[in-house]
Write a protein that binds this ligand. Structure first.
Ligand code: SF4
Length: 399
C-alpha cells in the first residue's frame, strides 16, 4: 500500500498548512532516522478537505466580524441602538476546532515533550509475551501481533515500539509456537489479531493465518483489530468481507475517533462488512483536541449505531512517549463520560476503560474508580486505581 511520507506529497492545501515549527520538527525526526509520518492518500485527502472547510469558515467568521464592527460603527455614528446583542461571530459555526484528522497523523513539536512516566511499552505487554508475537495477559484471550505495519501511523499510538520495528506479516515459521501455545491452552477462547494492522496483509496471507489458527483450535473466536476501514476503505473489498464471513466466528474491532472520519467511503466499507454478516465493534481513544467533548463523542457513537456498528470501548489515553498533549486529565475524562451517559442510550454507549500502565490490565472507569492519591518523591501525584485482580495501580494526575 502506497503511503505518503513527505510533506511535498501531501495534498497541496494540506502541505501549505505546515508551519515552520512543524517542518523543523519533521527535519529533526528525519535526522534521527525516524519516519516522521505516514498516511494513506485517502486519509490525507480527508484532512485536506477539512482544512479547506475550516479555512472557509474562518474567512466567513472574519467577514462576519468585520461586518459587525462596521455596522456597530455606523449605528454609533447614526446614534441608533444596535439591532441585536449577538456576540461577535455567534451566527457562525464554531471556528476554534482544529483539524481533527490532521492532528491524528501529522507530527507535532509537542511530541518532543516526553514525561518521565511515559513508557515505551505503556501497557506492559512484554511481561505477558509467551511467544515472539503472542501476548497472554487475560485468561480467556490472547493478543497476536500479526503484523508490524499500519496504513498510517497514529500520533497517539501506544504500540509504537512494536510498529516502529516495521516487522512484516507473521510467517508460517512464526506461527508454529503460536499454534502450539493455543493447542496447549484450551482456556483461551479468543485471539485478538492485531499489530500494527493485520489488514496490511493480503487476503491470501490472512486466509492462511486464519486457517492455521483454526487448525490449532477449531472454532476459536477471531477478533480482528484494524483502523483500515478509516484509513483506506478501499481495502475492505467484497472479497475481504467474504473471507471474513467464511472464517466466522470472527468480529472486526474498528479503531475510530471522530465522526468526521466517517466519510461516505468509510460508511460504505463498514456496511460491506455488516452486510456480509461480519459484526463490527468499535474502539475510540479519548484525545484532547480531537474528541474531548461529550457531544462530539455522542455524535460519533450515534452514527456508528445507525450504521449497525457497536461502540465497544472508549479508552483513556495511554502513557506512550510524547503523547501528553493528547491525554485528557483523568478527572476531566470522567466528567466527559458522565455527560456522555446523559446524551446517548446504553445501546450506543461504549465502556470507558484504561489500560493500567505497566501491565495492570484493563479496568473500567466510573465516578468512584479513583480509590486514593499518593505523591512520589518527585512531587508527581498519582491516582490509585484497582485492577481486576484487586491490586492498586498508579495512573498520573495530569493538568
Ligand atoms: S493503526 Fe493502531 S497500531 Fe497502527 S499506529 Fe494507529 S493505533 Fe497504532
Amino acid at each position: 500500500m502506497k503511503l505518503i511520507t513527505r510533506i511535498q506529497d501531501l495534498p497541496p492545501e494540506l502541505a501549505a498548512s505546515v508551519s515552520p515549527e512543524e517542518s523543523a520538527f519533521i527535519e529533526t525526526l528525519t535526522a534521527k532516522g525516524i519516519l516522521p509520518f505516514a498516511v494513506t492518500p485517502f486519509y490525507a485527502q480527508r484532512a485536506a478537505e477539512l482544512n479547506a472547510e475550516l479555512m472557509t469558515n474562518l474567512q466567513a467568521k472574519r467577514d462576519a466580524e468585520r461586518d459587525t464592527k462596521r455596522d456597530a460603527k455606523r449605528d454609533a455614528e447614526l446614534g441608533v441602538e444596535p439591532a441585536a446583542n449577538l456576540p461577535v461571530g455567534s451566527a457562525q459555526p464554531n471556528q476554534d476546532r482544529v483539524n481533527v484528522i490532521r492532528r491524528q497523523f501529522f507530527p507535532s513539536p509537542e511530541e518532543a515533550h516526553i514525561l518521565p512516566y511515559e513508557l515505551e511499552d505503556p501497557l506492559g505487554e512484554a511481561r505477558y509475551r509467551v511467544a515472539p508475537r503472542l501476548v497472554h495477559q487475560y485468561r480467556d484471550r490472547v493478543l497476536l501481533l500479526a503484523n508490524g505495519t499500519c496504513a498510517g501511523y497514529c500520533r497517539h499510538c501506544f504500540r509504537r515500539s512494536w510498529t516502529s520495528t516495521l516487522q512484516g506479516f507473521i510467517t508460517e515459521a512464526e506461527l508454529v509456537p503460536v499454534k502450539s501455545y493455543l493447542a496447549a491452552h484450551p482456556e483461551v477462547r479468543e485471539v485478538l489479531v492485531s499489530g500494527g494492522d493485520p489488514l496490511m496483509g493480503t487476503d491470501e496471507r490472512l486466509a492462511l493465518l486464519f486457517k492455521s489458527l483454526r487448525e490449532a483450535r477449531p472454532g476459536i473466536l477471531l477478533r480482528i483489530g484494524s483502523r483500515m476501514p478509516v484509513m483506506a476503505p478501499e481495502r475492505i473489498t467484497p472479497d475481504l468481507a467474504a473471507l471474513f464471513r467464511e472464517w466466522r466466528p470472527l468480529r472486526l474491532i474498528l479503531h475510530i475517533n471522530h465522526g468526521l472520519e466517517l466519510a461516505p467511503e468509510v460508511r460504505a466499507a463498514i456496511l460491506r462488512l455488516i452486510d456480509a454478516g461480519v459484526p463490527v465493534h468499535t474502539q475510540t481513544v479519548l484525545l484532547r483536541g480531537v474528541n474531548d467533548r461529550a457531544d462530539t463523542l455522542a455524535e460519533l457513537f450515534r452514527e456508528l449505531l445507525d450504521l449497525g456498528a457497536t461502540p465497544y470501548y472508549l479508552f483513556q489515553g495511554d502513557l506512550a512517549p510524547g503523547t501528553s498533549h493528547f491525554r485528557v486529565p483523568l478527572e476531566q475524562s470522567l466528567e466527559i463520560y458522565q455527560e456522555l451517559t446523559q446524551l446517548i442510550s446504553g445501546l450506543g454507549l461504549p465502556a470507558f476503560a484504561v489500560d493500567l500502565p505497566g501491565g495492570g490490565g484493563k479496568v473500567h472507569l466510573h465516578p468512584r474508580c479513583i480509590e486514593g492519591e499518593e505523591t512520589d518523591a518527585s512531587g508527581q501525584v498519582w491516582y490509585l486505581l484497582r485492577s481486576r485482580d484487586n491490586i492498586l495501580w498508579r495512573y498520573p494526575k495530569e493538568a
